[in-house]
Design a protein around this ligand. Sequence first.
Ligand SMILES: [Zn+2]
Length: 431
Amino acid sequence: MRILITNIGELTTNAPGAGSAPGASPVPGVASVRGAGSVPGAGSVPEVSPVPGADSVPEALEGPDPCGTLHDAAVLIDGDRIVWVGSAAEAPDADETVDADGRAVIPGFVDSHSHIVFGGDRAAEFEARMQGQKYAAGGIRSTVAATRAATDDQLRARLRGFLDEMLAQGTTTVEIKSGYGLDVATEERLVRLAAEVTPEVTFLGAHVVPAEYADRADAYVDLVTGPMLDACAPHSRWIDVFCETGAFTVPQSRRVLEAGVARGLQPRVHASQLGPGEGVRLAVELGAASIDHGTYLTDDDVAALAGSDTVLTLLPGVEFSTRQPYPDARRLIDAGVTVAIACDTNPGSSFTSSMPFCIAVAVRDMRMTVAEAIHAATAGGAAALRRDDIGRIAPGMRADLVLLKSPSRVHLAYRPGVPLVEAVWKDGVRV
Ligand SMILES: [Zn+2]
């Protein structure tokens, strides 16, 4: 079944020079490629400058288009793959044609950080925080109690509900972490349930020290790196740890990550969310795919990231929902750090599942250009998951695409909170 999506007003490929699949006619130079200089508002600088160094027009606006934008374009899908990308005027025949009517198409969002297997919620805690109470990592423990009490079917139904709402908002790939069980049996349930719906499963037994191990954190790390890892590794691809004051120290974090690596899992790290620390350098040293949060980064952290393959995953919903200061994405991107955007959907610090919302916040409050934010939410997420088959629209990639209701991706930030997704294809199937 070959499906042609044609008459695309603005196509975000994230693949400058995207040509054609074997067997299809290449169409170099047919579709016009515009630089990011065409991004509306590029010349204006907002009056409010909450981020240091934000007084000048971002360098990225003068550089190449990170989105590999094509206009008057078409995409051909065959089965679960993209097989051709080029000018609508040169599009090959297909079994079915979808007329985009001049609207924008982007890659499906890759949400590389979520915690969506849990019971209960923490609406009261959020309400109290909005009235002035500070966020602390220990709030996780209340979700642990609700999660342990929930049945597999209850957790599964909740999880599928979150996936449905994510898909409706354009997210076609999601990473899911455990971390609300904190005992062997419940952590095993969480990674097993997550593995039913995504290959991107992360064992996060070291999310916080559970109440029953208060003042015995090292004994809890023994459990995480021993029987809990034994139970969870078969269902997981990734090992993660919350390396932060109030959670796990750097030596404890190292033990967790190294134990996971020894079992064939790949590391990723929560760090520098609540204050500066050594988690970023630990992540880089161990070759982690991503360090997530990075709200408080030193110059040494930024330099270490820039010289590494470790992605910095920004979680704008967290700063929004906890009233923390936003990290300066401009500083990171200009230093050469690869940046991703993810939702961190969880009941405590960020209970949004909307990548468009996170993009809007990243553009407004982290000083990313719209093009950079869209790239970070798609290709950036793919890099954070070390995936080379998603996050771009090019021949050979998985057919994960989003047709917007708007003529431009800019509307995702320009019209915050408005549902702008017209249609979503995942693995070539319109959902
Ligand atoms: Zn998280």
